[in-house]
Design a protein around this ligand. Structure first.
Ligand SMILES: CCCCCCCCCC(=O)SCCNC(=O)CCNC(=O)[C@H](O)C(C)(C)COP(=O)(O)OP(=O)(O)OC[C@H]1O[C@@H](n2cnc3c(N)ncnc32)[C@H](O)[C@@H]1OP(=O)(O)O
Length: 434
């Protein structure tokens, strides 16, 4: 069991929490508030998304489908105020992944340890987050949405269960919890059925951004109106989350020098790695039970085939997350020498879309360690073989817990020290949350 203070669902409006906790029979119980919002089968989420934007079923038709979307430009709002406000419950959705009651769908979700592949859950969360945003922005009179809604950020995913069982039904719930001008924060929860009750597994916060039909410029989304003091609190938290992200990014070690405390940490590591026999700045020695950062990484390559495309004919964000997670997991596994369990995912920024046909280079690095914890950073970039240029598309941060205490990872160069401090910052932020 991971720290139980996670997954408390405190950010849900009480009406929604009632819906979640009232299911005791295995089938979700919907309160009157949500009549008409019957749970969606997980396999239908992507079909619904395809229908909403009019995505092509076959890759060979994708140019035609994009041409047709261009005509939807006229449906975009000129001002946000022109769009009707929505309530949190308007975008509330429930999705069922019936691993218990439909064994035939288990295979796709199964890992070798006979538990659920977390990478598959990341894909489902990503699709659900986008569907929630389309529900928030739905205009009854429009058969197709003019908006291209993309994942900009996975702010955090905190898990409170170590194991996700492959033979028990899973329920996802979520709604839009904060809205800016063109961006929406989505809060989601995942629960799993045990002995007739759904118990929390994880909480997730994503930020999605609306773009025009061709995914070229930002597009306005419906405002969100909190309806109760509880919902005002949730909305305020969304504002605070935005400020926290700006603060975190302003203080990035790629822009600013480390703090005095961090400089001391780096210098202490330097002093501990000096070879006492040779009085030299250059001669470094690895302390016992430690691993140089240079020796704590794994790399991978993906060819981005059309099969992994999203509804906008770019690579699906959930696929990128699954691939990065699995490389990160493998890195933690080989580093710690035992099975690692995911504790938290935070601050996954989708900086650039990944085009179909790209060569995607993934590089996972152990950035920080503490006791049984391993902090992993995965950098992904596309390589253009024609221009020989590399472009960063994503940075992923994963926190794992290993069964046994792990060796300390030790930076050698200044660049590695910054990676180490960045890993420590992410780790400390995760530990503060739990
Ligand atoms: C068919 C089966 C699959 C079905 C699945 C469907 C799911 C589809 C979901 C996806 O797969 S999306 C693919 C993964 N995501 C991407 O490829 C996105 C890549 N990144 C980008 O395209 C741009 O970086 C992005 C559109 C996210 C932002 O572009 P800009 O940096 O130019 O944004 P801009 O400065 O115009 O700001 C627009 C809004 O975004 C917000 N924003 C931008 N970056 C952000 C960030 N990192 N975090 C939070 N908010 C962010 C920004 O605050 C602002 O909000 P407000 O208008 O509300 O003030």
């Amino acid at each position: 069991m991971l720290p139980s203070r996670l997954c408390i669902m405190r950010k849900l409006p009480s009406v929604l929490t009632r819906t979640l906790t009232s299911g005791t029979t295995g089938s979700p119980v919907l309160l009157d508030m949500f009549e008409g919002h019957s749970p969606i089968h997980v396999n239908n989420v992507r079909n619904k998304l395809r229908d909403i934007v009019g995505a092509s079923a076959n890759w060979s038709d994708h140019v035609q489908a994009m041409q047709e979307r261009k005509a939807l430009h006229t449906l975009l709002a000129k001002h946000q105020e022109d769009l009707p406000p929505r309530r949190m419950k308007d975008s509330y959705l429930e999705v069922i992944l019936p691993l218990g009651s439909q064994p035939e769908i288990r295979e796709k979700y199964l890992n070798v340890h006979n538990s659920v592949r977390f990478g598959r859950i990341l894909e489902d969360l990503d699709s659900l987050g986008v569907l929630i945003c389309y529900t928030h922005t739905k205009q009854e009179m429009q058969p197709k949405s003019p908006l291209s809604i993309v994942t900009a950020l996975v702010d955090k995913i905190n898990l409170c269960k170590k194991i996700i069982y492959p033979d028990c039904d899973i329920k996802f719930t979520g709604n839009v919890s904060w809205v800016g001008k063109t961006s929406m924060e989505v809060t989601m929860h995942m629960l799993q059925l045990h002995d007739g009750d759904y118990s929390p597994v994880l909480d997730a916060t994503f930020v999605m951004v609306a773009r025009d039909p061709e995914n070229k410029r930002p597009a306005f989304v419906n405002p969100l109106i909190p309806e109760s003091p509880e919902e005002e609190e949730i909305f305020k938290q969304g504002e605070l989350n935005k400020l926290r992200r700006i603060e975190f990014s302003t203080a990035s070690l790629l822009k600013m020098a480390p703090t005095a405390e961090e400089r001391n940490i780096v210098h202490d590591i330097f002093l501990h790695t000096l070879d006492t026999k040779t009085v030299s700045f250059r001669s470094r020695k690895l302390p016992p039970n430690s691993v140089w950062m240079e020796d704590a990484k794994l790399k991978g390559l993906q060819i981005c085939h059309p099969q992994e495309r999203n509804i906008f004919n770019r690579i699906f964000g959930g696929f990128l997350m699954r691939k990065a997670f699995e490389l990160g997991w493998a890195t933690a596994c080989s580093y710690g020498g035992s099975r690692p369990f995911i504790v938290s995912v935070d601050d996954i920024m989708f900086q650039k879309p990944v085009e179909i046909g790209s060569l995607l280079l993934l590089s996972a690095q152990v950035s920080y360690t503490e006791k049984n914890y391993i902090q992993i950073r995965v950098h992904s970039e596309v390589y253009d073989a024609n221009t020989r240029e590399h472009h960063t598309t994503n940075i992923f941060h994963f926190t794992f817990i290993s069964e046994n205490e792990v060796p300390r990872v030790v930076p050698n160069t200044y660049g590695e020290s910054m990676l180490y401090l960045d890993g420590k910052r992410h780790f400390d932020a995760v530990m503060k949350e739990i």
